[in-house]
Design a protein around this ligand. Structure first.
Ligand SMILES: CC(C)(COP(=O)(O)OP(=O)(O)OC[C@H]1O[C@@H](n2cnc3c(N)ncnc32)[C@H](O)[C@@H]1OP(=O)(O)O)[C@@H](O)C(=O)NCCC(=O)NCCS
Length: 380
């Protein structure tokens, strides 16, 4: 229904202010993203994902002592009870890792020692948030092992979250460069304002439900190809194109068919997505290092045509897709990597929502019939 008929209605809530936050800011005009005042480029290039997660949850960058204590807590909280693995083992092998992640958190929830604390208990919410961030890479990594017929591995306390994910997925120690690429991509994916999945998390806990129900809502919302699922779709698209010489004809044909090009466009950024700028550099450098530059070449052609013909630019999912591919990560784990990262932003938002809660309940415009007459079932 056209928005012009209803001046107060904005389809998709575009431009509608859904709340106040101190967690992150998207400055569309300058293509800038800040987490609690820090430019995401600085956090990704100089800091670790753990520092970013701490910043999002506790509101400031940790000093050395706080960081060491946070890392120790994350290491201690990284494993999940055996019952969670037993639950994951019941799923058919064809189960998508996003569904594995959702079940993993749903199965763990009642084991959280703070699970039955009131929804507005700030300290308990922070403890739950840290457990969720700590366990995400284990649930996704060992979930992947289980669906591929392998036994779960015990996480190593000395690993970072990025290393834990790579170690569990591949079963070998990750090299430093791979771990660094993964770590910086986790920082880029950690938080992004009132995006669809974060908003779903906030809506869920605003009923005074719990953080784990919120995480399950977030994972379910992130799964779709218009949101987190775009990184997997973008890689399938690059594979379909195959070689740089086919890219120009492919993209023109797709645009002529009015296809959505996955990994392009963003509700908030009408110019560049700053995360994509950073991730493109990482992906191109990986291509040079591995000698596999064709994905970057195809990407350049698609980006140029999209910019010239549609004035639409890549979002972070586009370069992340071929960066992860060059790291040898199975394509259907790309969106779960987003989960590993975004648990930090989701939980920060849920804690913030519950600290100053009001039920989220928008109105809708009714356009159905208004004066139907009741007819008994046998006379219809
Ligand atoms: C992200 C997205 C959902 C934002 O969409 P939105 O703000 O609702 O904007 P719309 O989908 O209404 O698009 C506005 C216009 O741009 C076009 N457009 C937007 N993204 C496009 C894309 N990826 N490919 C082709 N055209 C696109 C739409 O077709 C539409 O054109 P029209 O006005 O001629 O119909 C959208 O850009 C998209 O679907 N992208 C692909 C999926 C993706 O990469 N998602 C990850 C986001 S981080």
């Amino acid at each position: 229904m056209s928005a012009t008929m209803y001046p107060n209605y904005s389809p998709g809530l575009e431009g509608v202010i859904g709340g106040i936050t101190t967690i992150s800011d998207i400055i569309s005009e300058t293509s800038t993203l800040v987490y609690r005042g820090y430019n995401v480029h600085d956090l990704a290039s100089h800091g670790s994902f753990e520092e970013t997660a701490y910043l999002l949850l506790f509101g400031h960058l940790p000093d050395r002592k706080e960081l060491e204590s946070f890392m120790a807590t994350l290491a201690a909280e990284r494993e999940v009870p055996a019952q969670v693995y037993t639950a994951l083992q019941q799923l058919p092998p064809s189960t998508h890792p996003m569904d594995i992640a959702r079940l993993g958190f749903a199965a763990y929830a009642p084991f959280d020692p703070d699970y039955n604390e009131p929804a507005t208990n700030h300290d308990a919410n922070l403890r739950k948030a840290v457990r969720i961030v700590a366990k995400a890479s284990t649930i996704v990594g060992n979930g992947h092992r289980i669906r591929t017929g392998k036994a779960p591995l015990a996480p190593k306390p000395e690993h970072t979250i990025a290393q834990n994910f790579l170690y569990l997925v591949n079963g070998v120690e990750p090299d430093a460069e791979t771990a660094h690429v993964m770590d910086s991509s986790l920082t880029l994916y950690a938080e992004h304002g009132f995006n669809a999945s974060t908003f779903a998390c906030r809506v869920c806990v605003a009923t005074l439900s719990d953080l784990y129900s919120g995480i399950c809502a977030g994972i379910g919302t992130l799964r779709g190809p218009l949101h987190g699922g775009a990184n997997e779709e973008a890689m399938h698209m690059l594979q379909k194109i195959g070689t740089p010489d086919k890219a120009d004809a492919w993209i023109h044909n797709a645009l002529a068919n009015k296809d959505k090009i996955m990994g392009f466009g963003h509700r908030e950024y009408k110019k560049q997505d700053p995360r994509a700028i950073y991730m493109t550099k990482v992906a191109k450098a990986l291509g040079e290092k591995t000698g596999d530059t064709k994905w970057g070449q195809i990407a350049d052609i698609l980006e140029n045509v999209m910019a010239t013909e549609k004035n639409i630019h890549p979002n972070v999912d586009f370069p992340a897709a071929y960066a992860y591919y060059l790291l040898g990560i199975p394509i259907d784990l790309y969106t779960p990597i987003f989960v590993v990262a975004r648990t930090s932003g989701w939980t920060a938002h849920m804690v913030e929502q519950l600290d100053n809660n009001r039920l989220i309940r928008p109105k809708c415009i009714y356009e159905g019939p208004t004066s139907e007459t009741w007819v008994p079932v046998d006379e219809r």
